[in-house]
Ligand binder design. Structure first.
Ligand SMILES: [Zn+2]
Length: 374
């Protein structure tokens, strides 16, 4: 009797295994059409610092109910929490994108134990891609720095980060922060070093109009560039177009990160005009990337934010008059999910709801690189 029970049990197990094997064989996805999953050669990654859905919506309303962002066919949402806090800061937020690791607030491309993490820009360099960074803050500020520098804390490390940049292999750099390259406690003039390394070194983007090849460092303010509201001449779109022009001739492709840095500062100030102007400029930079991607089908464009800032909401206004009535819940960041927009080669990978760290792994996947253990 007992023997029979075992035998029945054994047969049932065999049948179950067979069914599971058959089921898995059946649900294996079909090989995807190569034309829709082209290998990505170039990535243009846009980060609107502090740019949540209300920031985007407000900019769209004031811009005449239109942003270039609205053309993107693929939309996703990311969760932005850091290793240490539900509400991330820009250092941990950028580190999630640049390294695929959640880390403590304040950490730049280092894990929770202060161990340096390789960034996607460093990997791009190893893979012979050209690389660039274009921002509207100092080039040593948290978001750009997390792509080329490694520091356990973001505070008071501007000079160390400027040195890290010089040794990074990044080919194009546009933003503020000239002072950290020139007026240094170690008395080194890093701009001279960069010139010796073959960089064109300039201090306004209009000077780049005659530069059509080679490496470029453009530092247009001693420290932070001022806001558009306070008179900054818009440069993000032209600088984005110039970076693409300089990087695109590299045979192995390029990785460019563009940040609308001051959207966040408008949120901290609870100033909706500040947010809206900076977001519209950011969107105009995105238009430059779209123009390029229309001509180059191997290019992927991804636009997202590191977090929302201000708990910004739209409580009224008018499409007709292009106005918004805004309200804020905080002068710091919030934990709300933020949108991801993708267009171009393999854009479909970016649909869905996922962690900010997944953006890094999706980049590796579409570039056809090995995925390290998470
Ligand atoms: Zn902030």
């Amino acid at each position: 009797m007992k023997f029979t029970t075992y035998r029945i049990f054994y047969i049932l197990v065999l049948i179950t295994v067979a069914i599971i094997t058959f089921a898995y064989t059946e649900i294996e996805p079909p090989i995807q059409n190569k034309s829709t999953t082209k290998k990505v050669k170039n990535i243009i990654f846009f980060i609107g610092d502090g740019m949540g859905l209300s920031e985007i919506t407000a900019a769209s309303i004031v811009n005449g109910n239109f942003l270039n962002l609205e053309q993107f066919p693929v939309v996703g949402l990311v969760k932005t929490y850091s290793a240490s806090h539900l509400i991330t800061d820009s250092a941990a937020g950028a580190t999630a994108y640049s390294t695929g690791h959640k880390t403590n607030n304040g950490s730049l491309a280092m894990d929770v134990n202060a161990k340096p993490l390789k960034t996607i820009m460093e990997m791009a360099e190893e893979n012979k891609m050209a690389t660039g960074i274009v921002v509207t803050c100092t080039v040593t500020h948290a978001t750009p720095a997390a792509f080329y520098g490694h520091q356990p804390t973001r505070s008071n490390v501007n000079e160390q980060l400027a040195s890290a940049f010089v040794n990074s292999g990044v080919d194009v750099l546009v933003g503020g922060g000239k002072k950290y390259f020139m007026e240094r406690t170690d008395k080194h003039n890093l701009l001279d070093t960069l010139k010796k390394k073959g960089f064109n070194v300039i201090d306004s983007i209009s000077e780049a109009r005659n530069i059509h090849e080679g490496k470029l460092v453009c530092l247009m303010a001693p420290e932070q560039p001022v806001s558009l509201l306070n008179g900054r001449k818009s440069y993000l779109p032209e600088a984005t177009a110039k970076a693409i022009e300089l990087l695109k001739n590299n045979k192995e492709g390029f990785f460019l990160m563009v940040e609308g840095s001051q959207i966040d500062w408008g949120g901290h100030e609870n100033n909706s005009d500040y947010i809206i102007k900076e977001t519209i400029e950011f969107d105009q930079a995105i238009a430059e990337a779209l123009k390029f991607a229309q001509l180059d089908s191997n290019t992927l464009i991804v636009v997202t934010a590191d977090h929302e800032t201000g708990g910004f909401s739209i409580n009224g206004g008018s499409l007709e008059n292009k106005t918004v009535q805004s309200a804020f819940t905080t002068d710091y960041h919030t934990a709300t999910m933020i949108p991801v927009f993708a267009d171009g080669a393999n854009a479909q990978e970016f649909a869905g709801v996922y962690d900010n760290t997944d953006i890094f792994y999706k980049f590796l996947k579409v570039l056809g690189w090995d995925i390290p253990n998470k």
